[in-house]
Design a binder for this molecule. Structure first.
Ligand code: AMP
Ligand code: GLY
Length: 421
């Protein structure tokens, strides 16, 4: 099969890497890809949002399957475009991707179907939002309704922070039109957990869970990022809690989407907080997580292409899904300054001399310049270590990460530490 993967991050590198293992794959293209993906696939210089050009390319190259990585093209209906051109595509249609594209849609869906989530109210008018906010206890969480490149959520610990966040979201429009509407939401306390599931409309097949580290600095300090590191599985979390989340959150949500006439086909990703009252939903994403994918797919023993094809055919229930007992830990190496502004274009050293057994280096923000790999984004690389358990995988990830250098390199030193206490 000839495959086109759309995206340019570490997630897409991991997807391409996993697909490449399938004996059914003849060739993979990636639009636009990055310097690491270029070693496994042919990069095509078309942006994720250039739908007409992407459809044209897929026709011209007789592509058998398109796989969409990022949220923006999904929310804008890229799957519907490929379907209209009769090109098989893996990912949710626009009406199903709305579960990520609009937090208000998601929250109202969960309320209607009585699925556990933080208490909330939604607002389109600043004055009403402000009046409501004044009545609420802190901490409190303010969320722009729409997609805001992983930003758009402010956890506010003081009343001043809350007032400022609301003003910035609704009046100064820090997140653009995403902030025309807001959700003001109860603060949930506990540990976070990501459950990603393959869904074919009716059948939900949960992947092994992962945990992300959102804040830029050790001990969860500093501003939120796209994710500074992940690990899987979660040995310190009770299997009963994981089952509870799958049975009472992920499966009912997929069923709700069918009832709403918006069957979800693709990866449904639940961001959860394990509270003292059980798991509650923080968010739903309509795609693989980044960097969750970098630790989950290396543990998948089943052919990923078979899973994608079965999801499109509606036969996901028949797939024999197997997971490795090995653990995986991903440490993100980021540009100095990220998640704020940062310089790009620094040469990366040590990529070819990683000699830790089982280690994988997924590129996120990299490019080729004059034959050298250079930094080209906030999150530059995701270095994955594998091992018999989290402790061993973690040692391997940090050993591999230490050998890779570039100017301004920063990474957290406590990825997966929570699993070891
Ligand atoms: P999101 O972009 O929705 O994933 O939110 C970013 C991060 O903000 C989450 O990973 C949580 O760490 C935090 N967060 C979001 N909503 C809540 C909530 N209701 N209570 C506590 N933390 C939250
Ligand atoms: N790592 C969180 C996300 O992909 O949204």
């Amino acid at each position: 099969m000839r495959i086109l993967v759309i995206g340019r991050g570490g997630r897409e590198h991991a997807i391409v890497w996993a697909l490449k293992k399938s004996p059914k794959v003849e060739k993979i293209f990636c639009s636009p890809g990055n310097a690491g993906i270029a070693g496994l696939a042919e990069n095509v210089d078309i942006g994720e949002m250039e739908f007409a050009r992407l459809v044209g390319f897929a026709k011209e190259q007789s592509i058998d399957l398109v796989v969409v990585g990022p949220d923006d093209p999904l929310a804008a209906g890229i799957v519907d475009e490929f379907e209209a051109a009769s090109i098989p595509v893996y990912g949710p249609r626009k009406n199903a991707a709305e579960i990520e594209g609009s937090k208000i849609f998601m929250k109202n869906l969960l309320r209607k179907y009585d699925i556990p989530t933080a208490k909330y109210e939604t607002f389109t008018d600043y004055e009403s939002a402000k009046a409501y906010l004044a009545q609420q206890p802190v901490p409190i969480v303010i969320k722009a309704d729409g997609l805001a490149a992983g930003k758009g959520v402010t956890v506010c610990f003081t009343r001043e922070e809350a007032d400022k966040a609301l003003e910035e979201t609704m009046v100064s429009k820090s997140f653009g039109a995403a902030g025309d509407k807001v959700v003001i939401e109860e603060f949930l306390e506990g540990q976070e957990m990501s459950i990603l599931a393959f869904v074919d409309g009716n059948t939900v097949r949960a992947m092994s869970p992962a945990q992300d580290h959102k804040q830029v600095f050790d001990n969860d300090k500093g501003p939120n990022t796209g994710g500074m590191g992940t690990y899987s599985p979660l040995p310190h979390i009770d299997q009963a809690i994981i089952e509870d989340a799958i049975e009472n959150i992920v499966k009912p949500t997929a069923r709700a989407m069918v009832s709403e006439g918006r069957p979800f086909r693709g990866v449904l990703f639940a961001g959860l907080m394990i509270t003292k009252d059980g798991p509650k939903t923080i968010e739903f994403n309509a795609r693989f997580g980044d960097p969750e994918t970098q630790v989950v797919l290396p543990r998948l023993e089943t052919d990923l292409l078979d899973i994608f094809l079965a999801s499109i055919d509606g036969t996901l229930a028949d797939i024999d899904m197997r997971w490795s007992d090995e653990a995986a830990v991903c440490v993100v190496l980021a540009s100095g300054g990220y998640p704020g502004s940062y310089p790009k274009g620094f040469p990366i050293d040590g990529l070819d001399s990683v000699n830790v057994p089982g280690a994988l280096v997924f590129h996120a923000g990299t490019a080729l310049k004059d034959g050298r790999v250079v930094t080209n984004g906030g999150r530059v690389l995701g270095v994955v270590g594998r091992g018999a358990g989290i402790a061993e995988a973690r040692v391997n990830a940090y050993a591999a990460a230490a050998g890779i250098t570039f100017e301004g390199k920063q990474n957290r030193t406590d990825i997966a530490a929570k699993a070891l206490v």
